[in-house]
Design a protein around this ligand. Sequence first.
Ligand code: SF4
Length: 411
Amino acid sequence: MNEELLNLLCQHDDIKGRFIYSPLISDWSDPISQMSFIQDLQKALHNGDFLDLYAHIPFCKELCTFCGCNVKITSQKEVANHFVQNLIQEWKGYSPLLPQNQIRSLTLGGGTPTFLEPETLNLLIQEIDPSQKLWKQIEIDPRSTTQEHFKILKSHKFNRINVGIQDMNNDVMTNVNRYQSPERIAEIFNWAKEYEIPEVFVDLIFGLPGQTQESLSASTKQLLEFSPDFINLYPLVHVPWLSDTQKAYGHFETPKTREKWQLYLTARSLLLEKGYESLGYGHFIHPKAKSYQAIKKGVVSRQLMGILPFKPAPYLGLGPGSLSWSGHMMKQNEKVTEKYLHLVQNGLSTHSKSHLQSNLEVERTQAFQNLFAKQKLQLNSKWITDEKISELGIELMKVIANEISAEQKET
Ligand code: SF4
């Protein structure tokens, strides 16, 4: 195990790994109106920027105890059907104000987008992308995704699915209230092939209660048999004081810092051995991935929607709790699903929190988005100078640069 890298990762354990905008919502202090946001977005698009769309489907049938997402637990499908009508309504409020030919992608996330009945999913996609021009991806929960869902994805020419696997070990997953059989996961990969989904990304979590070096190694090897294109290996973010979900389930034993990063390095070694390349801090791409060439050329952005094979651009979030960024302004929709629905139904603004970014915050946000585009640069090169890292407060960049240079030495 690479002790130098292990020490560095442990030292930076408090870094918010998925930090992709600045400042954090808890530090937003300079509110702007919904109209100012739209005008700023229109200006950005008028000046040639593109726009990425995100639609949040908050529903899940059961609660995974590690979850940090904005979710609504229900088994009533009719609630979701009603919700989608309102999501479409929200989109129709923006759509006439935006140049359609500059909208380039749609991400469906959650919650669980495949909680929706296939015909409801079909309706939603049809309304947002009627001419099937957008690059599209969707988060898939293996437990709720059916063959009918895959038929819809194929008919709308989806480019990527992101499969939430987290761990292949039954005991580990049952312990966090998320049992999913290996047979079900195999079925998802088979359908992805049968319905010609160009890219399959998967999410794994390390640091889950009950995970051991042995169990995570076995789980990673089992997953690699399906040969996914990209693996997101995320640390468990255990913050019961921030997450009602984690609080509700009380404290569960999770590995200590060093043990947690040892788990990461164990899985990382297996991925590198199998030909995956590290983009740094838990992102691993296989050269067979459709996005590989674009990403290697630096055409990549690390957004709320994950890793997109495009240059960074503003984004617009639909649905409860969704974030939007115009290039200088950030806003968040009302988080509580019932309140969000009330606002849409009454033709009111869904905007709940907002912030006008300072120049430094804009620069920091752009640096986060560009993180992987510049990842081949060496430490202390023109872009990743120690001074720049200190000025922007992006220690994550140093960790990534060190991880990349460690990989270059190892291979
Ligand atoms: S981890 Fe995913 S499936 Fe589980 S509760 Fe959270 S959003 Fe739902």
